[in-house]
Design a protein around this ligand. Structure first.
Ligand SMILES: Nc1ncnc2c1ncn2[C@@H]1O[C@H](COP(=O)(O)OP(=O)(O)O)[C@@H](O)[C@H]1O
Ligand SMILES: [Mg+2]
Length: 250
């Protein structure tokens, strides 16, 4: 369902180049529930953005739901994201001026779905995430956990084959995080749904069927969840900092 073939991704940071992914090859099958762990700055969000066709690799290929993202036009990539992928982010990314129901419905309306159908589906999803009594509120009237429920309902609006979640519980207390985790697991348990979730929390990662550890822009094949640096450990310096500091070049 998701294939990375020797994927590299670099970003310009001023005059420096940061190598966020340095040759990642990875295959995620349809129906898998994969947790991605790794220190801050190791490239997890970059990996998820590339898997979600939000960004393109500097080299190598990313194939999602049969499409190689770098071979699509911008319009085709937008449709791939809207129709086949769902996203959940750490900071929810809701539109502050829209109600809960409108936030959930918006992606389908943008895709030309019929308003009545869209409203019914949004209501059903809000019921599923336990927010039936919040539909007419705006995001700032909600708790963090409620906002993340809205984001999950929104992500499920197009009945996507792939759900991508970037630290979905990273901004929540642990009890609320566990509730969000239960929702994500319920999606992963549906037949044919592929879920990729970045997390710092080893207990949450354990609920996935598979763990992928990213270390310094590469998949660390042998790594195990308990060996992962907890968030309080200082982040690694970026990959090319030594070179940027004037180290002799070969
Ligand atoms: N848009 C960007 N522009 C410049 N540098 C970026 C950008 N996104 C990420 N980076 C850099 O790429 C590296 C990996 O970042 P990221 O994928 O966000 O890591 P993680 O999610 O594991 O914390 C970091 O050094 C980060 O500073
Ligand atoms: Mg990140």
């Amino acid at each position: 369902m998701i294939v990375f073939d020797d994927v590299r991704k670099s970003y310009a940071q001023g005059r420096r180049e940061v190598h966020a992914l340095r040759g990642v090859s990875l295959e995620i099958e349809s129906g898998e529930f994969v947790a991605v762990m790794g220190r801050s700055g190791s490239g997890k969000s970059t990996l998820l953005h590339l898997a979600g066709a939000l960004d393109l690799p500097s080299s190598g290929r990313v194939t999602v739901a049969g499409a190689t993202t770098s071979e699509l036009s911008d319009a085709e990539r937008t449709l791939l994201r809207r129709r086949r992928l769902g996203f959940v982010f750490q900071f929810f990314n809701l539109i502050p001026t829209l109600t809960v129901a409108e936030n959930v419905a918006l992606p389908r309306l943008l895709d030309g779905a019929r308003p009545a159908e869209t409203r019914d589906r949004a209501a059903a999803l809000l019921e599923r995430v336990g927010l039936r009594d919040r539909t007419d509120h705006i995001p700032e009237e909600l708790s963090g956990g409620e906002m993340q429920r809205v984001a999950i309902a929104r992500a499920l609006m197009s009945d996507p084959e792939v759900l991508l979640a970037d630290e979905p519980t990273g901004n929540l207390d642990s009890a609320t995080g566990s509730e969000i985790m239960a929702l994500i697991r319920s999606v992963a348990d549906e037949p044919g749904k592929t879920v990729v979730m970045v997390t710092h929390d080893a207990a949450m990662a354990k609920q996935a069927g598979r763990l992928v550890v990213i270390r310094d822009g590469l998949v660390d094949e042998g790594a195990d969840a308990p060996g992962i640096a907890p968030p309080e450990e200082p982040p690694l310096p970026v990959a090319d900092e030594a070179a940027g500091a004037g180290a002799a070049k070969p």
